[in-house]
Ligand binder design. Sequence first.
Ligand code: NAD
Ligand code: MG
Length: 392
Amino acid sequence: MKQVTILGATGSIGQSTLDIISRHRDRYAVYALTANSNVDKMQRLCRQFEPGFVVMSDAARAEELSRVIADLPTEVLAGEAALAEVAAADQADIVVAAIVGAAGLMPTLSAVRSGKRVLLANKESLVMAGALFMDEVRQHGAELLPVDSEHNAIFQCLPPGGVGREAFESGVQRIILTGSGGPFRDIDINELDNVTPEQACAHPNWDMGPKISVDSATMMNKGLEMIEACWLFAVDEANIEIVLHRQSIVHSMVSYLDGSVIAQLGNPDMRTPIANALSWPERIDSGVEPLNLLQVSQLDFTLADEARYPCLSLAREAWHRGGTCMAVLNAVNEIAVEQFLQRSIRFMDIPKLIENVLRRSSTGPADQLDTVLQADADARELALDLVNAGDV
Ligand code: NAD
Ligand code: MG
């Protein structure tokens, strides 16, 4: 029986993970669940899964939850320290890192430092602090398994244990990262400034939280994923090709020297990569419908137009500048997405704001956590100042 902690249990990835666990109650038990503030949802999850611990980041919400689940044995905790504690607890075997954004960094690192199997959905933590994050993984012998569908696909297509130079020595030529292009892939480029948050969050193929939905619409998601792949698989941006694939059936590919291209296919449902990482190297039923190729019938691949998706080149620029620049990229993107969702800036202001903050930020080494967190805080402050001054 494996004990699982889910950081960000009330979100889209959290829910998909719990759906898999509910199908395998003989294999997985829930040790702890965490959420920011959604008491109603957490109450339902506690009644269904009876975790030993729950952490609500918001203290008032934690108190409220304690009252409504007073009849359960679950212990309710609050705040960041408690988050780190349940992520590192000896009793947990597997930690699912599914908090959205930089808020996921510290609890995810805490799971890594306790040497657990860590299922990484929270790509932002790896993007902002990649070098030191991967150092911690090696130092503490954590088993880092990617849940992001593309990275899970690449993980399945690479030779066993093959990352970095070793992968290339075993004949890997490049990684092909696929992306759907989001909900605005076909609209007139001049109309992009008039799109609404509701339209941005209506992804054609995937059902996800609001932040990653907007990231998919700008394709910053693919930019973040390019950086995520560089850290996870120890490769350079030059070894990664980004391809638009509107059906979201091929989740990514690895191309080999002999001309072979190995792809992972499946219906666009996050339960597949989550189940793969939960049970790896075994395979378990995820509840996902088998892929019906005749129904899919066609797979299209095209180039991503960088004029439509300026975030792609901004992410490349951040990777090449290196160091704290990736924390800056991630932080200003989080602010830009939040401001767009609140209707304070327009859709195409997102890349403008990112570019503006990147230009004004210096790059330093990102080998200390403090430096990374400072770069993150400075970038957020500058981004908000620019928005408030109407100077996006
Ligand atoms: P979501 O918005 O649906 O859920 C986010 C979760 O994080 C919630 O449980 C929320 O309570 C918690 N949370 C939010 N802010 C917090 C804070 N400040 N402190 C503590 N907890 C906080 O997001 P999601 O779509 O499930 O995405 C989660 C992560 O997984 C993101 O990093 C995203 O990029 C990644 N991811 C998601 C998908 C997907 O299909 N949804 C696919 C690949 C990767
Ligand atoms: Mg993805």
